[in-house]
Design a binder for this molecule. Structure first.
Ligand code: BES
Ligand code: ZN
Ligand code: ZN
Length: 537
């Protein structure tokens, strides 16, 4: 679906449906577009809302025929919920609810008014674009017949209506950002939702190479032979039970060829996790095709950073492998040697994610001189027990970075929640026969033990670990997250990377709180920074 910005009046737009976001139990603001629209419709909207036939609760929608009173034949009221509860994610959700409702009508075009909010137009347009595009997402590759396609046209255009030239420009900028981000999230969803027989490590490598051809990114793929030379015993150990060769994917976003220390993103890329010799139970094992969701998030984020022309250097790493049992697979009790030189006793072959990440993190520390590192991984079932589907587990060595990620989680509705990484936890992974072992003594603090294991490989580089096992896929449909892979992490990372201070301005890492008590979005922050820069010049 294309999203356009038109200088058009709500009553003259010829779209098949005009979407009108409305607040619950709230009079229209005098002089606002919705008030004018209501006047053109002879009070139809107000009557309808006052009748209580439609509550305007968040994500509710209702369709009205306009009977020639305006050019669009239909109005779709889209509920935003109560105005005092309003946050930008409600607009993202309402846009998705409206888009999916209109798609079911089988019409080709829709136009949308923006609600009265304090948020700037760019932020609103971005949210509308993200919501509509992500709400309409589906994996198209494998269904040979569309269930209810009939002869209806499919939704092909969303028009945002601008009142003047400067509004048009701001809306267009927001739409562009929203489209870039939604495309990256859709790529990650496609990779995760697609089956393990197609999405193997080599496929992920090809995806990264193609991405680099299309963008300014540089791509380098380490093969099994390269890993042997680098002595990546952990990544090689996980991969040794599979006929599919492992890869370590590297994508470099270096604006103007800068050699500055990068922020390094590392994503777990296990394209199928059977558990290996410590094999998993059969129930829901098919979900483990999505055990590369951290890697997919890193690939998506790298694409988005390149297309958004992010000003700082970022390197993305995806250690990718299958985890399968075979006569050659790593066995419980085996001791392998990590690239860092540490020896690791593999107690449970199902704790493979931390092994592949260990070598990727150590590679980054040794070869990339990272300013900081963030890893994303579907690492532990325990984080699902702790936080369910509503937050990503976060641990790390840098409180400032975690505060930024926490704020970005709130702005983007990809929330994170911090767990502690006290030294005491690290004691639990001491091995009797090797330096460390890959699991703790029992089931206690399973997610933290995973984090404590990774911490062994980051040296003094500021680092944050995001355990996305509970947030990477969903069985419950949400307005802009259909069942299956969520693509979580990309919107969070982009927002956080834009908010991260340069290393020499560390004091600015404090989370800003605006005068109305709400945290400003990164878009708002970068705007105020821009203003400050202009004022100085
Ligand atoms: N990929 C799994 C974690 C997982 C579980 C992700 C459920 C999403 C949903 C990971 O490799 C794993 O199996 N972890 C083990 C670790 C344990 C053996 C210490 C787990 O969580 O059971
Ligand atoms: Zn596992
Ligand atoms: Zn796994």
């Amino acid at each position: 679906m294309k999203i356009t910005v038109k200088r058009d009046k709500f009553d003259s737009t010829k779209a098949d449906v005009l979407i009108v976001p409305v607040y619950q139990d709230t009079p229209f603001e005098a002089g606002s577009p919705v008030t004018q629209l209501d006047a053109s419709l002879d009070g139809l909207l107000r009557d309808y809302l006052d009748s209580r036939d439609f509550s305007a609760s968040l994500n509710s929608t209702t369709l009205l025929r306009t009977r020639g009173r305006i050019a669009a034949p239909r109005v779709l009221l889209a509920g935003l919920g109560k105005p005092d509860m309003f946050q930008i994610d409600h607009l993202r959700q309402a846009s998705a609810s409206a888009a999916t409702t209109v798609q079911k009508l089988g019409v080709a075009t829709m136009a949308m008014l923006l609600p009265a909010t304090e948020l700037d137009l760019e932020t609103q347009a971005q949210a509308v674009a993200e919501g509509a595009l992500l709400g309409l997402y589906s994996l198209k590759t494998y269904k040979t017949s569309e269930d209810d396609s009939e002869d209806k046209p499919s939704l092909s255009e969303l028009q945002l209506l601008a009142s003047g030239g400067s509004a048009q420009q701001k809306l267009a900028q927001g739409v562009k950002r929203g489209e870039i981000i939604a495309k990256a999230v859709s790529l990650a969803r496609d990779l995760s939702n697609s089956p393990g027989n197609d999405i193997n490590p080599s496929y992920l490598a090809k995806t990264a190479q193609k991405m680099a051809k299309r963008t300014s990114l540089k791509c380098n793929i380490l093969s099994r032979d390269d890993m042997k030379k680098l002595k990546m015993g952990c990544l090689l150990g996980v991969a040794q039970g599979s006929v599919q060769p492992p890869v370590l994917i590297m994508l470099d976003h270096a604006p103007n060829g800068t050699a500055e220390s990068p922020v390094v993103l590392v994503g777990k890329g296990i394209t199928f996790d059977s558990g290996g010799i410590s094999i998993k139970p059969a129930a829901n094992m098919e979900d483990m095709k999505m055990d590369m969701s951290g890697g997919a998030a890193v690939l998506g984020a790298m694409q988005a950073l390149a297309e958004l022309e992010h000003p700082r250097r970022v390197v993305g790493l995806v250690p990718a492998s299958e985890n399968l049992p075979s006569g050659e697979a790593v066995k419980p009790g085996d001791i392998i040697r990590a690239m860092s030189g540490k020896t690791v006793e593999v107690i449970n072959t199902d704790a493979e994610g931390r092994l592949v990440l260990a070598d990727a993190l150590a590679y980054a520390v040794e070869h990339l001189k990272p300013e900081r590192m963030i890893d994303l991984a579907t690492l532990t079932g325990a984080v699902v027990v702790a936080l369910g589907a509503h937050a990503t587990g976060m641990m790390g060595t840098d409180e400032d970075m975690m505060a930024i990620l926490k704020a970005s989680g709130d702005h983007t509705a990809e929330r994170v929640w911090q767990l502690p990484l006290f030294e005491d936890y690290s004691k639990q992974i001491k091995s009797d026969f090797a330096d460390i072992k890959n699991v703790g003594a029992g089931r206690d603090a399973g997610s933290i033990i995973g984090g404590a294991f990774l911490k062994e490989f980051v040296r003094d580089v500021p680092w944050v670990h995001l355990d996305i096992a509970g947030t990477a896929w969903t069985r419950a449909s949400h307005p802009y997250i259909p069942k299956g892979a969520t693509g979580v992490g990309i919107r969070l990372l982009i927002d956080a990377l834009e908010a991260l201070p340069r290393p020499d301005t560390k004091a600015e890492a404090k989370v800003e709180v605006s005068s109305n008590g709400k945290k400003p979005s990164s878009a708002e922050k970068s705007k105020s920074k821009g203003k400050a820069a202009k004022a100085k010049a």
